[in-house]
Write a protein that binds this ligand. Sequence first.
Ligand code: NAP
Ligand code: G4F
Length: 334
Amino acid sequence: MKTAFITGITGQDGSYLAEHLLDLGYKVVAMMRRSATPDTSRFAHIEDRLTICHGDLMDQSSLMRLMSEHKPDEIYNLAAQSFVHASFHEPIHTSEVTGLGVMRMLEAVRLCAPKARFYQASSSEMFGDVFETPQTETTPFHPRSPYGVAKVYGHWATVNYRESYDMFACSGILFNHESPRRGTEFVTRKISDHVAAIAFGEKNQLALGNLDAQRDWGFAGDYVRGMHLMLQHDKADDYVISTGTTQTVREFCKIAFERVGLNYEDYVVVDPKFFRPAEVELLLGDATKAKEVLGWEPEVDFQGLVEMMVDADLKRRMVMGNSPTRGSLPEGLV
Ligand code: NAP
Ligand code: G4F
C-alpha cells in the first residue's frame, strides 16, 4: 500500500484529495498545524481513515521529523496562506508560509525522503497581469499580490530542486477551483452563502468588490484528480489545470441568484473595501498539456458548479429546519 502525505488537510483541497487517495487505496498521512481551535469539519467524515499528524510549514524540524517518520511515497504540499486579499495585509507571514514554506518542505524531502514524489500547489495567480490569453505552462509570470509573488518563489524552488537534485517534483499551476467546502472569504462561496442567507431572510444585501474580474472557475473535486495524475506520470513536470472558460464575478452572481428565483441587481452592492491594491483582471487557462499527457479532463461545468454551491448552502439551512422567505427553492430541493 502506498503512503501519501498531505499538508493543508483542514483546507478545501486537502479534504477532496484525501477522499480521492483513500478511494484509490492509499494510506493517507495528513498534517495539521497546532491551533487553539482546531477545525476538522472538512474531513470529519473520513477522519477515522486518516493518520493525522502535527507540523507547521514555519517549522523546519517538524517537517523533517514527519518525513523521516512516515517515509511517504507521494507528498502533496497544499498548505499555504491562500487568501490573496489577506496577503496585502500580512505580506511577511504570507511570504514565510506560502513562499519559504515550500523551500522548507523541499529541504525536508531532499534530506529525509529523497525518493518521494512531490507535488507543489502552484497557482494561476502567478500569471497576474497576464502576458497572453489563454495562459499555458510557458506564459511568463507577472504576479500582482504578495501571495502571487510567494507562489512564484515556491514554483521556481520546485523546478530548481527537480533540476538540481533529480527529485521527482511537480508544480501544478491550478486555476481557481471551488466547492461547497470553499472558505467563505473567497468570492464564490461568499456569494453562494449570501444567496442562501438572503433567500432564508437572514441577510438583505451582498457587498462585493470588483464585479468585472474574470476567473477560470472549476470544481475542486475535479482538480485533485489532476494533482494525483501528475505524480503517476513517468516524468516530473509542470501542468496547467483549468476549464478553458472564463466568467466575471457578476456572471457568478447572476446565476447564483437565479437559482433561487432572485435578481442579483436587487441585492448586490459594491463596497470599495473589497478592492485590492492591485487586481488580477483576467485569468483563462489552457490545460491542453494535462489533457494530452495525463488524460485529465474536468467533469463539472460553470453552471453546474454555481448550482452545486448554492444548493449546498440552501440545504445546510433546510436541515436546520429553517424555511425560505424570499424567491423560490430549486426544483430538486423542494
Ligand atoms: P485553503 O482552504 O486556504 O487551505 C490552506 C491550508 O493550509 C489549510 O489547511 C491551512 O491550515 C494550511 N496552513 C496554513 N498555514 C499553515 C502553516 N503555517 N503550516 C501548515 N499548514 C498551514 O486552500 P485551498 O483552496 O485548499 O488550496 C490548497 C492549495 O492550493 C494552497 O496552497 C493554495 O494556495 C493553492 N491554490 C488554490 C487554488 C484554489 O482556487 N483553491 C488555486 C491555485 C492554487 P489552517 O486551517 O490551520 O489555517
Ligand atoms: O475568490 P477570490 O478571493 O480568489 P482569487 O483572488 O482569484 O484567489 C484564489 O484563486 C487563486 C488562483 O488563481 C488561488 F491561488 C488563491 O489561493 C485563491 O484560491 O477573488 C476572485 C476575484 C478577485 O478578482 C476579487 O477582487 O473576485 C474579486 N472579488 C470581488 N468582490 C472579491 C470580492 N473577492 C473576494 N474574496 N471577496 C469579495 O467581496
